[in-house]
Design a protein around this ligand. Structure first.
Ligand SMILES: C[S@@+](CC[C@H](N)C(=O)[O-])C[C@H]1O[C@@H](n2cnc3c(N)ncnc32)[C@H](O)[C@@H]1O
Length: 314
């Protein structure tokens, strides 16, 4: 499966797990509902015509709303990145002076293109906001960051998501509770909440109380849902699996991630998908093997995505 990657990056991005998640998605008549949208990578690869997408962080939402409204379009993104990239390259302090200018401007006016710039010029593609809600990731220290091929890559990503965002996709800034409460029996909800105690910043604080609130909402929803969470790592198990999520169906798989660029920082975690419907899958060790009928569904969605993206390129 070719995974469409969005132009916005973050440390919690689920790109590598997208095929695994989508192999589980059942056929539903209704909408794709995603209350913790983040970068949107899971929604963009869902192949749904109708979607309700929300997050408490207003910046990715404003960016994608801008793409939907065509206020943000590939040509404008190229012009913006070429201009700011050239200024970055010439700026004192090996580019840092211009990074600071954009960061301060973003913290004042919250322009979506400045948000894109910070997301793609920040250290390790991370997204973090401080206690006052200001951008809190340093420059990647590459003054030539926005070279021709990097700009083209970002512009193509904007193009691809512009082709996938449909008129019946709603983007909104809201708490997860409101989003989950409006789901109907025909919808599928995909939840990827922050992990307790990880990546804590202005928008991604997550407490045990939040996890319990999420559990109550998902237990009561008439919709089908899939929840991403962690099962265990090298040191401990996620206590909420045994006390709460085990009530539902669950599949797991190994996942490796890097915290920082060094090889010794490679950590493994066993990821879990918790869901409330019978699944067309076989559990296979930690992996998940879709049954043939589920594969057909997955292929149909992948074909739809490829068609959408290619049609507009011709
Ligand atoms: C792990 S990230 C989602 C990552 C996303 N699946 C991706 O691949 O990019 C969790 C998201 O939940 C959002 N969030 C945190 N608390 C929230 C709340 N109370 N209501 C809605 N969204 C919230 C954060 O802003 C963050 O974008």
């Amino acid at each position: 499966m070719r995974v469409i990657t969005p132009p916005i990056k973050s440390q919690g991005i689920k790109t590598k797990l997208v095929p695994w998640i989508h192999a589980l998605v059942p056929t539903v008549k209704g909408r794709w509902i995603e209350p913790f949208l983040g970068t949107g990578v899971v929604a963009f690869n869902s192949g749904f015509r109708e979607a309700f997408l929300s997050d408490i962080n207003p910046h990715p939402i404003a960016f994608y709303q801008g793409v939907k409204d065509q206020a943000i379009a590939p040509r404008g993104v190229r012009e913006y990145l070429e201009k700011e990239g050239a200024l970055l390259e010439k700026a004192p302090d090996r580019g840092y002076a211009h990074f600071r200018t954009i960061r301060d401007r973003f913290n004042q006016s919250h322009k979506p293109l400045d948000f894109l710039f910070l997301s793609r010029a920040g250290f390790n593609g991370m997204m973090r906001f401080n206690r006052s809600g200001a951008w809190n990731i340093p420059f990647c220290k590459k003054p030539g960051r926005f070279g021709r091929s990097y700009i083209t890559k970002i512009v193509n990503q904007v193009h691809d998501i512009a082709c996938l965002i449909q008129p019946a996709w709603t983007f909104t800034v809201t708490d997860f509770e409101k989003t989950i409460l409006q789901a109907t029996k025909d919808d599928i909800i995909y939840c990827d909440p922050p992990y307790i105690g990880r990546y804590v910043d202005y928008y991604s604080g997550w407490t045990e109380e939040d996890e319990r609130r999420l559990f109550s909402l998902l237990s009561a929803t008439p919709a089908r849902f899939i929840l991403s969470t962690w099962h265990h790592n090298d040191y401990r198990a996620n206590p909420f699996i045994a006390t709460h999520w085990n009530k539902f169906n669950l599949v797991t798989r190994d996942h490796f991630y890097h915290s920082g660029g060094k090889l010794e920082n490679r950590r493994s975690v066993v990821e879990a998908l918790v869901f409330n419907f019978p699944a067309n899958i076989r559990k296979h060790n930690h992996e998940m093997e879709p049954k043939p009928e589920q594969m057909i569904l997955l292929e149909k969605r992948a074909e739809y995505i490829t068609r959408q993206v290619n049609q507009a390129r011709e």
